[in-house]
Design a protein around this ligand. Structure first.
Ligand SMILES: Cc1cc2nc3c(=O)[nH]c(=O)nc-3n(C[C@H](O)[C@H](O)[C@H](O)COP(=O)(O)OP(=O)(O)OC[C@H]3O[C@@H](n4cnc5c(N)ncnc54)[C@H](O)[C@@H]3O)c2cc1C
Length: 806
């Protein structure tokens, strides 16, 4: 066994084998995989191993396409052919129009990745799958690439290719400990000796947290028991001249695929069970949990009704094994938060289908710092520090129970709520708030017009449309108040704080005390990594000169890692998170200044407190840091208030607001108004796939600065291939959701990143990255919104800005 190498991948299931193989493909061959038993002896060996192209966003579709192409290549490798039934096709069923709309959206989204799904009616579903009935069926989505693979030979093939390229695989070598050194390198302790390496990768399946504990990390991953059974031969299959397509059923929560001449049926029962939460038997190897068919009777009935042939045959064997889930159902593939030189590929619940793609994207991140696609949807840093074993288990159960029921854009599921609240949460609830969740925080989405008001889950504009419009109107004509909790706020101190930010950003960093500005941070490839509001707060009795770095709630761990990793040894910079200590109240609208003046001493006139000014003050008796910034385009102030004083400040503002018609507004109104202003949303419109010129951030790029992270790469880039544009859609039915394809003459020319109704402009606005040839204002395009080609036109960014001098 080597005593020194570049990367040690721990775990020899699909996650580890794929990562190892792809590291060699990216050019790193001094890499090893360490497996405690035999390869695939965790979950992988007993997987149903279905391989689909379907995904909820373009990154997932893209990585699954990579899996499929790789698996086809391995199937066709004459030296070591892998058994892969590619192209049986698969149907995702639906019995509601809302689900069908979802499928239409996902089809539009996948088209931009070169993947064509078909939308079928019930009769066509039954024609393609001769065993199903059309009772209680509206139709479905057809994925022609669906199939299944032999998991064991897949992993062997990947390991074999990796070995050929120079990698080494050590089986029966349990990792027993991890030690990190001052230079960020690691020693991996195993039962057969130590290996020193630069980088470690945790790919330990359901033992993820045993290995996590070795580096002091608890990953938000829980295992669930999951069962399938395989039937005896079904005569209709024996007689059929082609294989049965796969089925995934969100109506009764099961899947099926052909296995020999029978069917393999897997279930997602409501009475599901977590597994291994209090520790895992070290001898649970190549093992299964006891069969428990009683648990699945609720969902079994639905499968019988859909496929009556099942009732005629016996069960040949049952498999019940642990499968890992995370808080939002997507895996954790990327850097481990708060650690250096440590990565993971964990929480895979569809690891056979996705594993080829995850290993590919992870290897790219390890070797190049970034992958071809924006990997935020699988980034281990996308949850905040609030994740814990209890929350993870609740969300895992909820997700398992809804396995094939995708999230609607306006759906906020009930498990694990109130993970993060402020003193105003109950106040807002009493005001009738409907809450959305932002990085665990309960944030007001909109105020319900009546106590019994509900919106239905849909991809179209929902019943809250008018209520949100009223909130926007109050902001436009009088004044609105909005609680923005969880906004990420770092305090940077030290003599080099501003110079450090200057080096990190391609923008002008505000240097004057009492001033603030928006900056963009690039990665080393010259693409956009982060967006932050920088505020210079002069020394006061509350502290010395400070710089506040404010960014999206979800960016907390991501941005902290990025900044910390770049502080040089000779730089005097300290970073502290104030995210959980303070909350923002926004007051916005033409009367906002009147409200502020009546609760806070001082001169708040436009001359004394200009746009992009920051000042410490009191709201009544509550200390506040006041910023003159506006997401809405109306006169607005952000009041950053310590949570202990938040309720008092809120009462003062509400009291003062009475005379001015103050109304609460929520996240939906904010989103609508920001789109009318042309403002971007991090990780919807700001992606690592595009540089700041493509992202239409030209006014924030200062190429004449001596140096900044990403400058050299940005200088080498040619003309932009895509541009982020705003568009107005000729539809009052639905917004264009992120991922929708922008089309000209039947050809995809772009992809929508955000869409929303603009109440003040009366426009259905969408942002999209389009090929530069189609980016000129006035260009006529079509956007595939829920299967309809909606005419649209490229318009100037920020259509409200043009009308507003506020
Ligand atoms: C019943 C069932 C059906 C499924 N069906 C499908 C399907 O149809 N399609 C699909 O895509 N997915 C399916 N899955 C999920 C899929 O099987 C998993 O996502 C995948 O196998 C996980 O692979 P992994 O490499 O992450 O974990 P594992 O396969 O568990 O591999 C982890 C490895 O790490 C090793 N390890 C752990 N600790 C240590 C240590 N300390 N030192 C060294 N090595 C260690 C283990 O021994 C193990 O080999 C199914 C799962 C189940 C349970």
């Amino acid at each position: 066994m080597k005593s020194q190498t570049k990367v040690v991948v721990i775990g020899g299931g699909i996650a580890g084998c794929s990562t190892l193989y792809h590291l060699t493909q990216e050019g790193w061959t001094d890499v090893v995989l360490v497996e405690r038993n035999e390869l695939t002896s965790g979950t992988t060996w007993h997987s149903a191993a279905q391989v689909t192209n379907f995904g909820g966003n373009q990154t997932m579709v893209g990585l699954k396409t990579h899996s499929i192409n790789l698996y086809k290549e391995l199937r066709d490798d004459a030296d070591y052919p892998v058994q892969y039934n590619h192209g049986d096709g698969g149907i995702r069923l639906a019995n509601t129009e809302a689900q069908m709309d979802g499928y239409r959206h996902f089809a539009s989204m996948a088209r931009g990745m070169g993947v064509e799904f078909e939308i079928l009616d019930a009769e066509e579903c039954a024609r393609r799958h001769p065993l199903i009935s059309t009772d209680n069926l509206l139709g479905g989505l057809w994925d022609g690439n669906d199939g299944d693979i032999d998991p064991a030979s897949l992993c062997q093939a990947l390991a074999r290719r990796a070995r050929k390229a120079g990698a080494e695989v050590y089986r029966n070598t349990p990792v027993t400990g991890l030690t990190q050194h001052k230079d960020d390198s690691w020693t991996v302790h195993t039962e057969h000796g130590d290996i020193v390496c630069e980088i470690v990768v945790n790919a330990c399946g359901y033992r993820v947290n045993e290995v996590g504990a070795m580096m002091g990390v608890e990953h938000p991953v829980t295992s669930m028991e999951h069962q399938y059974f395989v039937t005896e031969d079904i005569p209709a299959i024996v007689e059929s001249d082609k294989r049965m397509p796969l089925l995934r059923c969100p109506i009764s929560d099961y899947y099926s695929r052909q296995e020999k001449n029978g069917l393999l049926i897997g279930f997602y029962e409501q009475g599901c069970k977590t597994w291994g939460m209090d520790g895992i038997d070290p001898h649970f190897v190549n093992a299964l949990c006891p069969d428990d068919l009683d648990r699945i009777t609720d969902v079994l009935e639905g499968a019988f009704e859909r496929m009556p042939a099942l009732m005629e045959v016996g069960i040949k064997n049952v498999v019940n094994g642990p499968i890992t889930y995370t808080i939002d159902g997507a895996p954790l593939v990327g850097p481990i938060p708060g650690k250096r030189n440590a990565f993971c590929c964990i929480g895979l619940r569809a690891g056979l289908g996705e594993g080829g793609g995850h290993g590919w994207l992870l290897a790219q991140q390890i070797v190049h710092g970034e992958a071809v696609y924006d990997t935020w949807c699988i980034d281990p840093r996308r949850f905040g520090e609030h994740t814990n074993v209890e929350l993870t288990a609740l969300k895992a159960i909820e997700d398992y129970q809804n396995e094939f029921r995708f999230h609607f854009p306006n759906e906020h599921r009930p498990a694990g709520r109130n993970a993060k609240t402020t003193p105003l949460t109950p106040v807002m609830a009493a005001e009738g708030a409907e809450f959305t969740i932002v990085n665990g925080w309960e944030r007001v989405d909109y105020i319900k017009p009546s106590a019994d008001f509900h919106h239905t889950h849909t991809f179209k504009f929902d019943e809250s449309f008018d209520a949100v419009g009223e909130e926007v109107k109050a902001v436009q004509t009088d004044v609105g108040i909005c609680e923005v909790n969880g906004f990420n706020r770092f305090e940077l101190t030290g003599a080099d704080a501003t110079n450090f930010l200057d080096r990190m950003s391609c923008s002008t960093v505000p240097r004057k005390p009492g001033r603030m500005g928006l900056i963009y941070l690039l990665n080393h490839h010259g693409n956009v990594k982060a967006e932050a509001t920088i505020a210079n707060i002069p020394a006061s009795d509350r502290g010395p000169d400070r710089v506040w770095y404010g960014s999206a709630a979800a960016s907390e761990l991501h941005d902290m890692d990025w900044l910390q990793q770049h502080i040089r040894d000779d730089e005097d910079v300290q970073i502290k998170s104030l995210t959980n200590d303070q909350t923002i109240l926004i007051i916005a609208g033409p009367k906002a200044r009147d409200v502020l003046s009546s609760v806070s001493r001082g001169d708040w006139s436009n001359e004394a407190f200009k746009f992009l000014a920051v000042r410490e003050a009191y709201i009544g008796i509550a200390p506040a840091t006041v910023m003159r910034v506006s997401f809405s385009g109306e006169t607005a102030y952000e009041l950053h208030i310590p949570n202990a004083s938040l309720y008092g400040a809120y009462l003062s503002l509400r009291e003062a607001g009475k005379a001015h018609g103050m109304k609460i507004f929520g996240a939906k109104a904010v989103d609508s108004m920001r789109m009318e202003m042309g403002y971007l949303h991090w990780k919807a419109d700001i992606l690592t796939e595009f540089d700041p010129f493509e992202t239409n951030l030209n006014r924030f790029i200062k190429m004449d600065k001596s140096d900044f992270v990403g400058k050299a790469a940005l200088e080498k880039k040619g003309d932009p291939k895509h541009l982020l544009v705003s568009m107005a859609l000729d539809s009052t039915d639905a917004a264009a959701h992120g991922g929708s394809s922008v089309m000209i003459d039947g050809k995809v020319v772009g992809t929508v990143t955000s869409g929303d109704w603009g109440y003040r402009t009366g426009l259905n606005i969408a942002y999209a990255f389009v090929e530069t040839a189609y980016a000129a204002e006035g260009t006529a395009v079509e956007v595939d919104v829920l299967g309809k080609m909606v005419p649209a036109k490229v318009i100037p960014a920020g259509p409200y800005q043009a009308q507003s001098s506020r």
